[in-house]
Design a protein around this ligand. Structure first.
Ligand code: F6R
Length: 323
């Protein structure tokens, strides 16, 4: 069995380990004027989940930055959580440095690298996650550490993480669902569609198929879907497949799936909502992760290697001299 695949199959132990990790450094305290989560790719997806969680849980503005700079309106009084598995991602490091310059209260989640070095030198609140993973395969550790860090800093976004991770024990169940995803999308361009609540999952699925399977993929969010993307499906010609993640009883998502079916596209629907949002996000991220890795292996593609990301990062460093 591929060593990379086993990283996904072992998410329960990764998650359990992450919950044992301590928050280090001097702590910040509320009130905060706002929360910004910075990070890219497999680390940045954590920010998307924090934003979604915050919608009905926090009464301060929350934003996600996946860029080299911060918006002008983020200033002292804000809390920043910087997530970078390697700790060496340029966009994230530049946003952090700018935040520090503006007097933003910065806290970090990383496995090491320059971000951890900076956090240690300034005694910033931080969690150092287990090293040795590819960033995207370390999603449970990054997600749970961020929630834990936020909670210690006075922003309680989610209770009961210990029971949320239980869902990851059912590896066989995840593999069965992964097989359904594979059969739905093999040989086609996958379009992952979800409501705002599960949009981070659609983005995560897209990213996993990009990075592991080396295919183009797309993520769409409803209701925005109904104002543009919906028309594109009138004239589709490419080999595409729609994967709809929907909550039970969500009539709008039912309409989306029916509409796509009527337009002749192969559609696969998954009911993703259980009783625990973080459990759902972990479980379905594991399912699409396993699917994207297994499909790559079936096609003789190495799921682990991401040559083009390395090329992009080298360009930032060597040509743009961003370091
Ligand atoms: C690699 C991956 C990438 C990285 C991204 C940022 O597994 O998923 O999307 O997450 O290039 O790097 P880190 O996560 O180290 O900040």
């Amino acid at each position: 069995m591929s060593e990379f695949l086993s990283m996904y199959l072992n998410w329960f132990s990764q998650a359990a380990e992450a919950l044992e990790r301590e928050v280090e450094g001097r702590l910040w305290e509320p009130p905060y004027d706002g929360l910004v989560v910075v990070g890219m790719g497999g680390s940045g997806i954590v920010g998307d989940v924090m934003y979604t969680l915050s919608i009905d849980r926090l009464d301060i503005p929350v934003t996600v930055v996946k860029d080299f700079t911060l918006p002008k309106w983020i200033r002292s009084g804000w809390l920043m959580i910087a997530v970078s598995y390697s700790g060496n991602t340029l966009e994230t490091l530049l946003a952090v440095k700018e935040g520090l310059k503006r007097g933003v209260k910065v806290a970090t989640v990383a496995s090491g690298g320059k971000l951890t070095e900076l956090a240690v030198s300034k005694d910033l609140p931080r969690v150092q996650v287990e090293s040795g993973y590819a960033p995207r395969s370390a999603f449970p550790a990054l997600l749970l550490s961020t929630l834990k860090l936020l909670s210690v800093l006075g922003l309680k976004l989610y209770e009961g993480l210990r029971s949320s991770i239980e869902v990851l024990r059912d590896v066989k169940g995840a593999e069965v669902l992964a097989e359904e995803v594979i059969r739905a999308v093999a040989g086609r361009i996958p379009f992952f569609i979800a409501s705002t609540k599960y949009y981070p999952l659609a983005v995560r699925a897209k990213n996993e198929f990009n990075e592991n399977t080396k295919v183009l993929a797309k993520a769409e969010v409803v209701p925005e879907w109904g104002h543009n993307d919906v028309v594109g499906w009138e004239g589709w010609k490419e080999p595409i497949a729609a994967v709809v993640f929907r909550e039970a009883g969500n009539e709008l998502m039912k309409f989306v799936a029916e509409h796509l079916r009527d337009s002749g596209v192969p559609v696969k629907e998954f009911e993703v909502e259980g009783s625990d949002y973080i459990g759902d996000i972990l479980k379905w991220s594991q399912v699409v992760g396993i699917a994207s890795v297994k499909l790559a292996l079936e096609l003789g593609i190495d799921p682990r290697v991401t040559k083009s990301i390395s090329k992009y990062k080298a360009f930032l460093k060597d040509v743009l001299k961003l370091d």
